[in-house]
Design a binder for this molecule. Structure first.
Ligand code: DAH
Length: 335
């Protein structure tokens, strides 16, 4: 009898664990605890036939089994009643997927590379850690030029520097190649500037260089005016002002009509002038061509350089250069 009760308990446990719905639990109850044909009840009915000494123990075991099973059934029924339905609830809102975006700085860089690409300029790159030759000497920047001072350039302990302009890439390209050359060089540059809304110690420039026979200032104006119109729209005019850079002669700065007060009425961004300075440019200085063994009597060229942050700030109406590097999603999600 003891062995029969043990087996019955095992069967009850198996039946219980396979019963997942209230209906299935009810079937287990009827099969084991049912009044007439319940399997526990049947064994109770057989107790009378046992000898006195084993009857007592078998009775106790059967009682235990019966109360354990009723308790378990109750618990399982309660759990089944409070459990969620088997089917998924189609009205629950989905889990949002955050799709990444490109930083506006890279959008701007790629737009510029595309624009100059259509004009036949290919992309060139150079290292961010440079020697004085590429950052200064070959670019006709004399030894006593203020740009060489430590408050304008990061000097490394080994004597190298962090490039303060992408003009270095002009030299790297011209040392390796002969004209015709048409390249743009986007990249990161560094200056020990105090960070504020318009300055950063780390920012980006895109450099341009075209060297060939018979390149004129007219070519420079044509290329840069087209770039400005493509970025800021046909309506805004450009102008060239005389300026000075050691590596170009003559040199100029190019302005575009202020995109914020739509050309001329004057606003805080253009400080009332109606014009905004975009970039520096000029005809490649003969000394630079000579430094890279290109004969200035045969070849001429133009060059330009601009800050990508600045071009993007003017295009998108961004008023703080720090936003590009802060990874603030409220800012980045707008592009
Ligand atoms: N390298 C200059 C700067 O960082 C920008 C520049 C001016 C580049 C004139 C040029 C150029 O190639 O011709 O301010």
């Amino acid at each position: 009898m003891k062995e029969t009760i043990r087996k019955l308990r095992q069967e009850a446990e198996d039946a219980l664990s396979g019963a997942l719905s209230p209906d299935a639990l009810e079937q287990v109850r009827v099969s084991f605890l049912g009044r007439k044909q319940g399997r526990i009840g049947i064994l109770f009915g057989q107790l009378g036939r046992l000898p006195e000494d084993s009857r007592k123990e078998a009775g106790r075991l059967l009682n235990d089994l019966r109360s354990w099973l009723s308790r378990s059934l109750e618990e399982r029924l309660a759990a089944a009643a409070s459990a969620p339905a088997d089917l998924p609830d189609p009205t629950v809102p989905g889990i949002p997927v955050n799709v990444g975006r490109r930083n506006p700085l890279l959008l701007m860089r790629d737009e510029l590379v595309d624009i100059f690409g259509t004009l036949g300029f290919e992309v060139a790159t150079g290292p961010e850690v440079e020697t004085g030759w590429y950052n200064f000497d070959a670019l006709n920047i004399p030894p006593d030029h203020p740009a060489r001072e430590s408050f304008d350039t990061f000097f490394l302990e080994d004597g190298n520097i962090l490039r303060s302009q992408t003009s270095t890439v002009q030299i790297r390209v011209m040392e390796k190649r002969r004209p015709p050359i048409r390249i743009v060089a986007p990249g990161r540059v560094f200056r020990p500037d105090t960070v504020d809304s318009t300055h950063h110690h780390t920012f980006h420039q895109i450099e341009g260089l075209a060297v060939d026979t018979d390149v004129t200032f007219g070519d420079l104006k044509g290329v840069l005016s087209m770039f400005a119109h493509l970025v800021y729209g046909e309506k805004l005019d450009t102008r060239f002002r005389p300026s000075f850079f050691p590596f170009t002669e003559p040199s100029a700065e190019m302005d575009v009509q202020c995109p914020f007060c739509s050309a001329g009425s004057g606003c805080p961004v253009c400080k009332g002038s109606g014009w905004i300075e975009l970039l520096g440019c000029g005809m490649v200085d003969p000394n630079v061509l000579t430094a890279v063994d290109i004969d200035p009597a045969v070849y001429s060229g133009f060059a330009f350089g601009m800050g990508i942050e600045r071009i993007a700030m003017m295009k998108y109406g961004i008023n703080d250069i720090r936003l590009f590097l802060e990874n603030d999603l409220r800012f980045l999600a707008q592009f």
